[in-house]
Design a protein around this ligand. Structure first.
Ligand code: ADP
Ligand code: MG
Length: 353
């Protein structure tokens, strides 16, 4: 019998729009013979709707245009329901697997995963704990340090710490990290709220911007080198793809360079020696395990221009899933086409359960 999968898209995060594109692509690539597909959208205000329309209409909010294609429904936290509740009729419907194709806040940060844990429905991707840790760059960096995974020097400040002593915060950052310094919201994504500050006045501006997105910020020394990404999937015995390289068209890989201006270049495999690819693949799996990941994640690194040293940058537990996104492309490059990839992610969800 076909398994019934529920694809979640949208959400309240700053990456809502990216999720719509990712989900549209996922839905179109699900092996049709094996699965019945339901799609549920979450508006920017956090309203849930079952969506009965075409996957092509999801991006840019097209899914909300025709009300006749929307029905109020929610995921039930009640384990015996094992699925959704149709709010208009009160009926429940069993779901076999959920794939939260949601990026950022309330989708990738463990909150949705917590609800799915309660529901008892197998779901794609990391559990609530690992999702929450990987979403927060300060916690991620702490675990990486503890696990002996090399990364850029970093600091973190809460809004209150910074507000109470901005001069001390600046001094510490200048002394320990130097310029340029990267300033990031601890919890965001898609480069939202991230700046590269080259002096004290840019530093103050960068902190202000980052604090608009989170109560905690992470500062990092600037690494000059290549940006490399490795896709990993699986549960207890995760496997790594090959390594890809990103050449941003802007000063760094900011939101524009990711989604607006399409002049950033991807190279698969990365233009680095074969032994460096192997080193990164091993490191990606080590990082994945250290952070308690399951299902999938994309692990991002820098390779230092001067000495070739590999430094961990960040991990994405629900990476971009558009047809041109790194995650599907990296596995595509090692012989796993998009449809088969999704099939495997569903299998990992069932296996973990
Ligand atoms: N320490 C750093 N040194 C150099 N570039 C960085 C550093 N941190 C971030 N960047 C640049 O900023 C981009 C976004 O930062 P990242 O930490 O990956 O945040 P996000 O989760 O939003 O993708 C990176 O892809 C890279 O181009
Ligand atoms: Mg990134």
């Amino acid at each position: 019998m076909k398994k019934k999968v529920l694809i979640l898209f949208g959400g309240v995060s700053s990456e809502h729009d990216v999720s719509l594109v990712s989900a549209s692509s996922v839905i179109k690539n699900i092996p049709a013979g094996k699965y019945d597909v339901l799609t549920m959208g979450i508006t920017k205000d956090g309203e849930f709707y079952l969506y009965k329309g075409d996957a092509d209409s999801i991006p840019e909010g097209g899914w909300l245009k025709d009300e006749s294609l929307l029905e109020r429904a929610v995921i039930s936290p009640v384990r015996s329901h094992h699925g959704i509740i149709h709010l208009e009729t009160g009926e429940t419907e069993r779901i076999d697997i959920v794939f939260p194709v949601l990026h950022g806040k309330n989708g990738e940060d463990g909150t949705m995963q917590g609800l799915l844990e309660l529901s008892g429905i197998p779901y794609v991707g990391c559990n609530h704990l690992s999702s929450a840790i990987c979403m927060d760059k300060a916690f991620t960096n702490t675990v990486a340090d503890f696990s002996g995974i090399a990364q850029a020097k970093w600091l973190a400040y809460t809004k209150e710490e910074y507000a109470d002593a901005p001069a001390d915060c600046l001094k510490k950052a200048e002394e320990y990290l130097g310029y340029p310094v990267f300033v990031k919201p601890a919890n965001a994504g898609s480069s939202v709220g991230i700046s590269k500050a080259k002096n004290a006045s840019e530093f103050a501006e960068a902190c202000k911007t980052a604090f608009e997105h989170d109560r905690k910020i992470v500062l990092e020394e600037c690494i000059v080198g290549r940006e490399l990404e490795c896709a990993v999937m699986g549960n207890a015995r995760p496997v790594a793809s090959t390594v890809g390289e990103i050449v941003p068209c802007n000063d760094f890989y900011d939101y524009d360079a990711k989604y607006i201006d399409d002049n950033s270049a991807l190279h698969i495999p990365a233009r680095i020696p074969a032994e460096k690819i192997e080193e990164i693949r091993d490191l990606a799996v080590k990082t994945y395990k250290a952070l308690g990941c399951s299902g999938l994640s994309r692990v991002d690194f820098f390779m230092h221009e001067s000495d070739g040293k590999i430094l961990f940058n960040e991990i994405n537990t629900i990476p971009g899933f558009t047809s041109i996104s790194m995650f599907p492309k990296l596995f595509g490059a090692v012989g796993i086409p998009y449809g088969e990839l999704i099939d495997r992610l569903f299998e990992y969800a069932l296996e973990r359960q």
